[in-house]
Design a protein around this ligand. Sequence first.
Ligand SMILES: [Zn+2]
Length: 375
Amino acid sequence: MQRCSRCILVDSVPGISFCENGVCNYCVQYENSFRNWDQIKEKKKKDFEKLIESARKLKRNYDCLVPLSGGKDSTYVLYLCSKEYNLRCLAVTFDNGYMSDRAKENINRGLEATHTDHFVFKMDRKSTAELFGTFIKKTGGFCNACMRSINFTIETAAKRFSIPLIIKGSGKRVQYVSQIPGITNSNSSYFFKRVISQSKIKDRFSEIGSEKIGVEFYKISYLLRISRTFLMRYFPQSIGVYDYIYKPYNEIMEIIQDEVGWKRPEDTHEHFDCLLHSIPFYRDTLKIGGITPRTFHNCGLIRQGLMSREEALRNDEEYFRSHNQKPDELEILLHDLKMKQDEFTQFIRFSDPGKFVPRFERLAKKFYRKVYYKK
Ligand SMILES: [Zn+2]
C-alpha cells in the first residue's frame, strides 16, 4: 500500500496518483492552487467587496442570500455579511427533519444576533426517509438528495425575492472531497430527476428536480469569464466565501463564538448540523479500503497546515484498532428506512451512481475540473 508522503491518502483512493517524491496529486493540486495565496489575497478580498457593492447597488429587497445550516461556516458568512459589511441578508435553510438541536439553537442565535429574516423549507422525516431510501437503493448514498433539496430551497428563495448574490460558507480550499471522483456525486437537478424517475416517488418530489438553471450554468459562466457583476442583474450568482476571504477554521470558530454566541458541536466532525452526518463518512470507508471517516478531512487540515501528518496517522490507527466502527446514527436511519444493515451495505458497495449523471454534465464536469483544479 502506497501512502502520500505529505498527507496520508492511500493508493486505494479513486483518481489518486503519486509524483516521484511520493506526493499525491490532491496535495499537488492544492499546492498549485494556493501557493501564491498571500500575494493574491488582498485582490480576492477586493473582488469580494466589488461583488457585494454591485449587489447592494441593485437595491433589491435583499442584497444577498446566505444558506444557513447552523454550522460554523454558514454562521460565519451570516456574521460577515450582515455585521461586517452591513448587507441586507436573507438566511435560507432546508431542514431535512434530521437537524440536530444544537444546529437549531445556533441558527436562532445567528438570526437574533444579526437581525436577519429567515426562509425555511422543512421536510418531514418520513418524506425525507422515502427520498433517502430511493437514493440509497439506486445510488448507494443520500447526500446528493439533500444537497439538491438545499439548492432547490436556495434557488426558490433567490428567484422569488430577486436576490442577486448567494454567498455560501464554502470554497475550494475547504472542499476536502469534491475533487475525488466517486466520493461526491452530482447535486444537479438532472441527476436528481434521473434517480427518482421510474420510482414511486417520482411525482411527489418532481419539483425539487425541476430547476432549469442548474449549478453547471454558474460554472460555465465562470469559465467563459463573463463578469458576475453583470450576470447578477439577471441570474443570482453563487459564490463560496472562502474563495475570497480565507481564515483557518479555529479562527472562524472563535469569531462566531464571540460575536453571535455560536456553540461548538460535542464532537469534532464538521457537519454536525445533521444527525446523520457521520453516515456518509462511514459509507466512504465501505467503498474505499484503507481510509477512515476522518481521513479526507484530516488530509485537508494537513494541507492547510492545521494538523500534523503524525496526528492524522495516529487518528487513523486508533480507528482501525477500535471495534465499533459503525456510527450509532445508522440505527436511526435504518429504522426509518425499514432497511436491514446488510441490505444497506450491499447498496453502497454495488450501486453505480455514475449512470444517473447525464453525458453533457459529465463532460462539463471533466472540462471544469481541468480548468478549475488545473488537473
Ligand atoms: Zn497527499
